[in-house]
Design a protein. Structure first.
Length: 372
């Protein structure tokens, strides 16, 4: 194999590959990226056996072929090469080395046989549809903060992507929860997604997928089966196993009878919570909300560190209410609001609170209160 490729294109492809590779693995080949050159393009494939990413890019292929080399080492080398450099990769099958040359720099890297590289078995996808990148980005970006990190409840370690019924008909819905807070985000159902099985997309996959969704003009081809999910652009294909488990019935957690309504400027609210939480020694310390006619008092009382209080002008005309929340959870939920106003719906100080953005019901958040 002998190819020449522009440093920027190579860096982008190798960066995507090396981020999938597990740093600590017991199988040496999994630390490598599989480089396959043919025609006028080269593909870089990496896997951790749960996720596989293939990044295709244009290159001048003098001699077609394939080899595997350490993903992290190759990424570090390419990262340190000068901008605009033309990089030449030459695989010498006899010595088992890959030479990397650019300008006056040259490196020789150990390779492993391409035959040993595990390629993820392709499955029959029961649903195939396309969705604009901004739509998928919104679904995952607004829900991922609520993904659980508790390994025991592994079925909560991802975003549940499924077809659901909403007021206006069927929607494509993303839900994540860790038992303390919940995010439920809806988007219009793309044609072809009607029969999609509900899948739990793992946290790591959600992180890797984010890199495919940066281009606002991109359209992502999504394929879903009971065991796998695949997201593809013309250049990158990301295939992942889904979490084998049943996502709990989240609809039971979303309160429908909350009548006390608070409307507040989302940015001002987030900044005020952040300020008063400064005095608490732990980020999880409760912030107390005292609600009265058109005013909200946020307070934190940490006996060992001090106390803080801040008042905000808000729209609220129900009876007086005192309720406490984990400061970190409040901040994360408030930071999801793209519109000017956040609307909180309360019932009592012991019941879950609902939050949405203005009158938009396509993004709904639930947060459990704390005792204060």
């Amino acid at each position: 194999m002998k190819i020449s490729i522009e440093r920027g294109a190579l860096l982008k492809a190798v960066a995507q590959a090396q981020s999938v590779v597990e740093r600590r693995n017991t199988i040496p080949i999994l630390a490598n990226v599989l480089i396959e050159a043919e025609g006028d393009s080269v593909s870089f494939r990496a896997t951790d056996l749960d996720i596989e990413v293939v990044d295709k890019t244009d290159a001048m292929v003098e001699r077609a072929g394939a080899t595997t080399v350490s993903a992290v080492t190759l990424h570090e080398i390419v990262r340190k090469l000068p901008d605009g450099a033309l990089v030449q990769l030459t695989d010498d099958g006899a010595t088992g080395r890959l030479s990397v040359e650019a300008g006056r720099s040259s490196f020789s890297l150990a390779t492993l046989p391409k035959e040993d590289f595990p390629v993820m078995a392709s499955s029959e996808y029961s649903a195939n549809f396309s969705a604009p990148a901004p739509v998928l980005r919104r679904l995952f970006d607004k829900s991922k903060f609520a993904i659980s990190t508790e390994e025991t409840r592994y079925y909560l370690n991802g975003v549940y992507l499924h077809v659901a019924d909403a007021d206006g008909g069927k929607v494509l819905r993303a839900v994540a929860t860790d038992g303390h807070r919940l995010a439920r985000i809806d988007a219009d159902l793309p044609p072809g997604a009607e029969d999609m099985p509900g899948v739990i997309v793992p946290r790591k996959t959600v992180g890797e997928l984010r890199k495919l969704l940066d281009d606002d003009d991109a359209t992502i081809a999504v394929s879903v089966s009971e065991t796998k999910v695949r997201f593809a652009t013309p250049v990158i294909t990301l295939t992942s196993k889904v979490i084998d488990g049943t996502f709990p019935d989240y609809t039971r957690v979303i309160p429908s009878g909350n009548t006390r309504k608070l409307e507040v400027d989302a940015t001002a609210f987030a900044q005020a919570v952040d300020r008063v939480a400064t005095v608490s020694s732990e980020r999880s310390r409760a912030v107390k909300l005292q609600l009265d006619e058109d005013r909200l008092v946020l307070s934190v009382n940490a006996p060992d560190a001090g106390a803080a209080e801040e008042e905000l002008a808000v729209a609220y005309n129900d009876e007086r209410l005192e309720i406490g929340f984990n400061a970190k959870y409040l901040l994360e939920i408030a930071s999801q609001v793209d519109r000017e106003n956040a609307v909180f719906m309360f019932n009592s100080s012991g019941d879950p609170t609902l939050m949405r953005e203005g009158n938009d019901t396509s993004a709904v958040y639930v947060v459990m209160p704390m005792r204060v």
